[in-house]
Design a protein around this ligand. Structure first.
Ligand SMILES: Nc1ncnc2c1ncn2[C@@H]1O[C@H](COP(=O)(O)OP(=O)(O)OP(=O)(O)O)[C@@H](O)[C@H]1O
Length: 508
């Protein structure tokens, strides 16, 4: 018998929920009058509850806090939240925090019983399966994430990979929904078959059915030959329906039929074909609101939403950011044939300040942008996109000269920073000063005699090359170049003129 705890400060409501459950004689029912009382009962451990039905709006400890404590105490307890319409946002937050689902008050007993059954089925489906992290996608690619939110996601991915249910992945754009879908596929028994992704928002409505199910020759104008659809193409594998919230309503009905009957019919055909395809859907749209507005089918939602996965926005997992940046640096070192060693601490602070509306995709793009521009062996603020600096209120002029920055300008092939300082100082004839003591004459290769041995010519060639590289690094900005390369601005301007350098040429 399932052990259920009903938590509500309204005694009448507690009673009505209890009697709805009692009729079935399937539950051992207990009650608590608020969150604190519920936690006392759960922690006392007299009964280990399978399901908690939890009101959101309660005195002393509200439902969201109780949910957090319940999940911390035992993540396996199924929590169903009850909410008034006015607190729908809390209910959605509760689902993100680990509640199985929510019901609007007044709660209809048949809805409650149906939801408990679904929750218990889903729970049985994914329990008893060992979970471990990290999660590999295809070709040894790992999903990055050390935060507790991502560890939870990895856990669910591992479990979902062992079963064949539909999956609904929720999260804003760029949070990694497709990557997670691939991870489920490539860790599942279907891994040797195809993973086929389609973007529901990109297919014209009149071609949707044929795109998914294929068509017979002549079945509509323009169908001049038979074509197989994505269901047939993905046979045995996984079909990823991205942006499922944008699927036309007629197609929602047809997909629901495939999910229920595991059969599909190509356009213009009389034959039904078996659909041995796992469906993973993803969306960043508020499906609950769309159901209320009548634009997304509730029955399809419940079919897909057997075990939902919520991906956190990057802004909610900033602790993962440094690790992510370093992995992207490794990836782009290979792709761009560069040897960047890391990111300067001040550049990292700017990244942490940003709100990241485009999430991980945006972060990846920012790092690739920096790779293209960076002239040193470390990502500096100067190579971050202007838009990011503006969005984070970063003024390059205010950035104090960072040792790494000057040093790495040097390591990009322009000798030592100290040497630069001595060479480019206001006193044109300054010698190499104390820094020259580092040079061990024993190790230096003597001139062969074929080089230009004139000291001034060599010094000028070096100065010109140094200034051009530094201007490229700081995108032609005189103040930044002077500041970071440690050259008095007056000297820099004089040298620029002397060598006929056009700073504007290095703006991009
Ligand atoms: N945890 C992660 N680890 C490594 N890379 C990630 C992670 N999450 C996302 N990415 C990368 O970010 C980019 C966007 O990911 P993905 O396409 O999966 O996002 P999405 O949520 O499906 O986006 P959209 O809703 O816009 O289709 C991809 O290049 C992906 O490889």
């Amino acid at each position: 018998m399932l052990k259920v705890l009903v938590v509500d400060d309204d005694q009448g409501l507690r009673l009505s929920v209890k009697s709805a459950l009692a009729v079935t004689q399937r539950f051992d029912i207990d009650e608590a009058f608020d969150g604190v009382n519920a936690m006392e009962k759960i922690k006392a451990g007299e009964k280990s509850y399978d399901v908690v039905i939890l009101d959101v709006d309660m005195p002393r400890m509200n439902g969201l806090e109780a949910l957090r404590q319940i999940k911390e105490f035992n993540p396996g307890i199924i929590v169903i939240v009850m909410t008034a319409h006015a607190t729908l946002n809390d209910a959605i937050q509760a689902v993100k925090d680990g509640a199985y689902n929510y019901l609007a008050k007044p709660v209809a007993s048949e809805d409650l019983l149906a939801l408990i059954d679904k929750a218990v089925n889903a729970h049985n489906l994914i329990s008893n399966v060992a979970a471990s992290a990290p999660v590999m996608v295809e070709a040894g690619r790992k999903i990055i994430g050390n935060t507790s939110q991502m560890q939870k996601v990895f856990n669910i991915i591992h479990r979902l990979a062992k079963v064949d249910t539909p999956v609904l992945i929720r999260g804003s754009s760029g949070t990694g929904k497709e990557l997670v879908a691939k991870a489920i596929h490539f860790n599942s028994a279907r891994k040797d078959e195809k993973f086929v992704a389609i973007n529901c928002s990109a297919i014209p409505e009149n071609l949707f059915e044929s795109e998914l199910f294929g068509h017979e020759k002549g079945s509509f104008t323009g169908a001049d030959q038979r074509k197989i659809g994505k269901f047939q193409y993905a046979e045995g594998g996984t079909l990823f329906l991205d942006e499922v919230g944008d699927m036309p309503q007629l197609m929602q009905v047809k997909i629901l039929r495939v999910l229920q009957e595991k059969l599909f019919t190509p356009v213009g055909s009389n034959r039904e074909f078996p659909a041995n395809v796992r469906i993973i859907a993803a969306t960043n749209r508020p499906l609950e609101d769309m159901i209320k507005a009548g634009t997304f089918r509730e029955d399809l939602f419940y079919r897909l939403n057997v075990v939902p996965i919520f991906l956190p926005a990057l802004a909610e997992r900033k602790d993962d950011m440094e690790h992510m940046v370093n992995i992207f640096i490794k990836k782009f070192n290979v792709a761009h044939g560069k040897r960047i060693n890391g990111i300067a601490p001040d550049a990292m602070s700017v990244l942490k300040k940003h709100a990241w509306p485009g999430n991980i995709r945006e972060l990846e793009n920012v790092i690739e942008h920096a790779f293209v521009l960076e002239m040193t062996n470390i990502i500096t603020i100067a190579s971050l996109p202007e838009s990011l600096l503006v969005a984070t209120g970063t003024n390059l002029i205010d950035v104090p000269p960072v040792m790494e920055t000057a040093a790495t300008v040097a390591s990009a092939g322009v000798s030592a920073a100290a040497k630069a300082h001595a060479t480019l100082g206001d006193d044109e004839d300054a010698d190499l000063g104390d820094d020259s003591a580092d040079l061990d004459g024993e190790e230096l290769v003597p001139f062969t005699g074929s080089e230009n041995l004139d000291f001034n010519a060599q010094k000028e060639a070096f100065e010109k090359e140094f200034i051009i590289k530094a201007l490229k690094t700081f995108r032609g900005r005189i103040n930044q170049t002077a500041l970071h390369a440690n050259i008095p601005k007056k000297t820099l301007l004089r040298k620029i003129e002397k060598y006929g350098i056009v700073a504007k040429d290095y703006v991009n």
